[in-house]
Design a protein around this ligand. Structure first.
Ligand code: NAP
Length: 247
């Protein structure tokens, strides 16, 4: 099937995507920033189910880290077929007036620059114009790109708006290089990211605003990502798929 890098795969949506990618035959690079134990547990789970996976630490917002993430992947597996730009952060709920430039920079650096750096390296590896085999990139945006997240985290929402635009632009740029680029926009999903916003139970507070009246699971988002990477989505590029229960 090929080789897939999943960024931010030590927990949440990234971990679920890594596991489903392995179930679909990919050799998986489980990228993480700092939690090696959690990443190793995801790798162990994949290997004990008969799959292939390795953990690689890299902060996607640091160019040198991104370069070694791709170098290590190529040196271990010799090729790259899929990248899921999943790593993302948000910070405590507040209005714009209270946000420091350091906070805004952290959010944009991981969510936007990190995504662009990883995509850049993936295109270099996968482009048929560079003797690659083509492949797929899926960026993990958010329904926040549409809603704007007022009084919670407009910096985060704006970073995801950038991901939507970047997805459209890059899809057009590499369509003739054998590479499809798409995004998923999750709604409220049960993961640990909400604790970073200062409200671990946020999904249960806002789920009544979701037409389906529930939060989503990491596995439900992963399924959409894996479909976008698959040959079943062979004519789909530049698409933004909402996985948000109708919100
Ligand atoms: P999560 O549970 O907080 O997991 C985040 C993952 O990203 C962890 O594996 C973390 O690794 C990694 N990470 C963070 N910063 C990184 C960096 N600079 N470099 C490499 N890895 C980094 O988050 P999640 O809820 O699964 O979210 C995954 C993606 O979905 C994010 O892009 C998020 O914005 C998006 N999303 C989530 C929701 C939701 O409701 N959960 C909704 C919409 C969109 P360490 O543990 O090692 O730090």
């Amino acid at each position: 099937m090929g080789v897939a890098i999943i960024t931010g795969a030590s927990r949440g949506i990234g971990a679920a995507t890594a596991i489903q990618a392995a179930q679909n035959g990919y050799s998986v690079v489980v990228n993480y920033r700092s939690n090696a134990q959690a990443a190793n547990e995801v790798v162990d789970q994949i290997i004990s189910s008969g799959g292939t996976a390795i953990p690689i630490a890299a902060d996607v917002g640091v160019e040198a880290d991104v370069l070694q993430l791709f170098e290590q992947t190529l040196s271990k597996f010799g090729r790259l077929d899929a990248l899921v730009n999943n790593a993302g952060i948000l910070e405590p709920h507040m209005t714009l007036e209270s946000m420091t430039v350091e906070r805004i920079t952290r959010v944009l650096n991981t969510n936007v620059i990190g995504t662009m750096l990883c995509a850049r390296e993936a295109v270099k590896c996968m482009s048929t114009k560079n003797s690659g085999f083509g492949g797929g990139i899926v960026n993990v945006s958010s329904i926040a790109a549409q809603l704007g997240s007022p009084r919670e985290y407009v910096d985060y929402a704006a970073s995801k708006g950038a991901i939507d635009t970047f997805t459209k632009g890059l899809a057009g740029e590499v369509a003739d290089c054998g590479i499809r680029v798409n995004a998923v926009r999750p709604g409220v999903i049960y993961t640990e990211i909400h604790a970073s916003g200062g409200e671990p139970e946020r999904v249960d507070r806002v789920k009544h605003n979701v037409p389906m009246q529930r939060g989503g699971t990491a596995e439900e988002v992963a399924s959409a990502i894996i479909w976008l990477l698959s040959d079943q989505a062979s004519y789909t590029t530049g698409a933004l798929i909402d996985v948000s229960g109708g919100r």
